[in-house]
Design a protein around this ligand. Structure first.
Ligand code: HEC
Ligand code: HEC
Length: 374
């Protein structure tokens, strides 16, 4: 009896195993399983909101690695001298130390390069917000005459023809692994770079470590943080004023982003002839002089400051806010120009600057995953 049963059991096991195996793997190479990209799970740091990742561009190991190669690919500029990383340098918090960037033709842009950090949480891109997705934003610098000045059809053709004697990266096969096609296109280039940019997350500054309870701030830094989140102005003149720095309304601490991702006029100018900001995109004069609130992450590394790089130091920036900025029809109500500015003492200014330095994340800028792989 025992033997009889065990034969049936064995037989059943065999049948289950065979059909089971057949079902899960009818033909191991159809579809071509070895080219399916490996899904990448992004770790969302503590206190950060979830990241919206477009469903048609999920993160994969192969896509991110390809994006990194492309971000640092000088062949994407007309004369092969410049990559994205030329203007978004790790040592400058992935921004650049010059007021204006000089493109490959020697032509200068009119705006200061922006820091690349935590962009997966932003909702629009560029100082005037004309980029509505990371993928779309990336189309611009490659073909822009003042930047890399390479028409996209040529950029695509160059990558398609690699590896060559000068460049030994087999891009067609990299695209095959990331996107299941070896046919390079502008769309896939932007998708790969966007994937890479979404992984460029800074969440390990001293401030982050303090928020996680791993370290303490100095008295100076903590006092600066308190200034940052306190309402500005003299309560006698400004209702609710608490003599604070009043930075948090715009450089919002929510989700540890240090930006509200809105467009504001922080009182740099009273007329907007040289750069209309958001109004240049919307055509609405009520948007004149309004620019994207930049994050303050790594701000101690990203000088010079503002859309036109007009301030060289954080001291200059604080003096600007202390003055309350210039009046105009679109100046933000959070600027205190009509009520005597912030009236900060020297030590209060120093505190604010000490706080801003706690947002420097050296692990981020030196992270080997973001450096030039070529
Ligand atoms: C010649 C210098 C230069 C090069 C090369 C360059 N950038 Fe930029 N980048 C800038 C400047 C300047 C801005 C701000 C432009 C503006 O707002 O009009 C900017 C803005 C951006 C932004 C917007 C960030 C934000 O917070 O809104 C992203 C993203 C970006 N660049 C990515 C790239 C990528 C990807 C490449 C390569 C394909 C690249 N850049 C190449 C100078 C450069
Ligand atoms: C009304 C909203 C608002 C307030 C209040 C505000 N900021 Fe800003 N901040 C902005 C905007 C918008 C910009 C970019 C303006 C531009 O370039 O035209 C900016 C730019 C900056 C920059 C330059 C960053 C860069 O990458 O170039 C620093 C630093 C800065 N702010 C710090 C502060 C501090 C510190 C406070 C408080 C004392 C403060 N801000 C208050 C909106 C604001």
């Amino acid at each position: 009896m025992g033997i009889w049963y065990s034969h049936i059991t064995l037989g059943l096991l065999l049948v289950i195993c065979l059909t089971g195996c057949e079902r899960c793997n009818p033909d191991p190479c159809d579809p071509p399983c070895e080219t399916l990209a490996t899904p990448y799970t992004l770790e969302i740091p503590p206190f950060f909101p979830p990241m919206d990742i477009p469903s048609d561009n999920p993160l994969t190991e192969e896509g991110i690695e390809l994006g990194r190669l492309l971000f640092w690919e000088k062949s994407l500029s007309a004369d092969g001298s410049m990559s994205c990383g030329s203007c978004h340098m790790p040592s400058a918090g992935f921004a650049e130390p010059n007021v204006y960037s000089t493109g490959i033709t020697g032509a200068q842009g009119t705006r200061n390069a922006m820091a690349i950090v935590n962009l997966g949480w932003a909702s629009s891109y560029f100082w005037d917000g004309r980029g509505t997705s990371l993928e779309e934003q990336i189309l611009e610098p490659v073909s822009h005459p003042d930047e890399m000045a390479l028409p996209w059809d040529e950029a695509v053709q160059r990558l398609q023809e690699m590896p060559t004697a000068e460049n030994n990266i087999d891009y067609p096969s990299r695209f095959e692994h990331a996107f299941e096609t070896s046919v390079v296109s502008a769309e896939l280039v932007t998708k790969a770079i966007a994937q890479f940019l979404r992984t460029m997350i800074s969440a390990d500054s001293k401030f982050d470590q303090w928020r996680r309870g791993e370290t303490s701030l100095t008295d100076m830094e903590f006092a600066g943080y308190e200034m940052f989140i306190r309402e500005g102005g003299d309560p006698e003149i400004t209702p609710g004023g608490q003599f604070g720095g009043d930075c948090f309304h715009c450089h919002s601490e929510a989700g540890l982003q240090f930006s509200d991702y809105l467009f504001r006029n922080n009182g740099l100018d009273s007329a907007f002839t040289s750069d209309p900001g958001l109004a240049g995109v919307t055509g609405n004069t009520l948007d004149s002089g309004r620019f994207k609130t930049p994050t303050l992450r790594n701000v101690a590394l990203t000088a010079p400051y503002m859309h036109d790089g007009r301030f060289q130091t954080l001291e200059d920036v604080i003096d600007h806010y202390d003055s309350g900025g210039l009046p105009s029809s679109t100046v933000d109500p959070f600027m205190k120009y009509n009520s005597g500015g912030l009236m900060l003492s020297d030590v209060q200014k120093e505190r604010l600057i000490a706080f801003m330095h706690t947002l420097t994340d050296t692990a981020f800028i030196s992270d080997p995953r973001f450096q030039d792989p070529h």
